[in-house]
Design a protein around this ligand. Structure first.
Ligand code: FAD
Length: 314
């Protein structure tokens, strides 16, 4: 691993928790990297109007406030890379973080991936996971070269990922449960020729033998149909902490949330967690940002061996 990929702190997730941590960490002159799956995939990016974050004099969209959080962190020197973390090795003193294209190492890690995951809810979804069902187009698109795949969802993330798949698959069906996608009608991916949108339709089961072979659908009038399909990419959101990349590491609480102590420390030294991914009782931007602050200060103490938290008031 080149020294370019060595950091003091790696923050996984670019929502208010991760970006607030990045701001505090980089302002303390720590070499800080934020790895974010997508700036449009977190809970805050979904908030159409926010008016209860302290300091706002008028309502803003979640996206607008998130852009400000990001710019502020970058201004203090944090690096931001759009990449999905798919695995980690946390037990050693150096923490290793893996994406599809690269690996990174740091003295401390802050997990701030939010709570947008969901339990497998479609018949056959869990059974065919890794055998045609996937939650990551960037990771798995190349396996579906020349095949027929579908993306389930109506979010900007779902549309974007359908665009990624269309570069590989023969045909991509974007199956939206609602009658309207959550993007403008001139969104670039929607003009791709081999991407077809099916509105107001849900997938009720995923079927096959060794791998996925077909899906059963139900439209808003209750009419059922079936389609031959090789791959199913699920982008339906729920409220389960996003911890799939941890592969069982770290103590968990109810619904798989990460258990943290008073200063956001987890069950592994040097690993901290902040925001909706933790077992917090209140899921709000102000809490996520505050926990990000705690996490960065605690990580700084861990790295420097300092006994007391360092605060600096300019
Ligand atoms: C529709 C809606 C409206 C809301 N309205 C309000 C409101 O008015 N006021 C309020 O205070 N709160 C509101 N909330 C709640 C608030 O948005 C959340 O509490 C807050 O965003 C949590 O911040 P977070 O940083 O923990 O997670 P998130 O904002 O969810 O950010 C998580 C980030 O992690 C990234 N990520 C996930 N997995 C990976 C991975 N494997 N690798 C790399 N990156 C990854 C995601 O891309 C995302 O950027 C609302 C939430 C929703 C859904």
């Amino acid at each position: 691993m080149g020294s370019d990929n060595l950091y003091d702190i790696i923050i996984i997730g670019g929502g208010p928790a991760g970006l607030s941590a990045a701001q505090y960490a980089s302002r303390s002159k720590l070499k800080t990297l934020v790895l974010d799956k997508s700036s449009t995939a977190g809970a805050m990016a979904y908030a159409t109007l926010l008016e209860n974050y302290p300091g706002l004099t008028k309502p803003v969209t979640g996206k607008e406030l998130l852009d400000t959080f990001r710019q502020q962190a970058l201004k203090f020197g944090a690096e931001y890379k759009e990449a999905q973390v798919i695995g980690m090795s946390l037990e050693g003193e150096a923490k290793e973080v893996f994406t599809m294209d690269a690996s990174f190492s740091a003295k401390a890690v802050i997990i701030a991936t939010g709570s947008m995951g969901r339990k497998a809810a479609i018949k056959g979804e869990a059974e065919f996971l890794g055998r045609g069902v996937s939650y990551c187009a960037i990771c798995d698109a190349a396996f579906f070269k020349g095949r027929a795949v579908c993306v389930l969802g109506d979010s900007e993330e779902a549309v974007k990922e359908a665009g990624v798949l269309a570069r590989f698959a023969k045909i991509v069906y974007l199956i939206s449960p609602s009658q309207k996608l959550k993007v403008e009608s001139d969104y670039p991916a929607l003009s791709i020729e081999n991407l077809k949108v099916i509105f107001g339709t849900s997938v009720v089961s995923i079927e096959g033998s060794d791998t996925v072979e077909r899906i059963s659908l139900k439209d808003s009038s209750g009419r059922e149909s079936a389609m031959q399909m090789d791959g199913v990419f699920v982008y339906m959101h729920g409220t389960k902490p996003v911890v799939d990349f941890l592969q069982g590491a770290l103590e968990r609480g109810e619904n798989d949330c990460i258990v943290t102590g008073r200063m956001t420390e987890t069950s592994i030294p040097g690993v901290f967690a902040a925001g909706d991914v933790t077992c917090t009782e209140v899921r709000q931007v102000v809490i996520a940002a505050a926990q990000g602050c705690f996490a960065a200060l605690a990580a700084e103490k861990h790295i420097t061996g300092r006994k007391k938290t360092k605060l600096d008031w300019h």
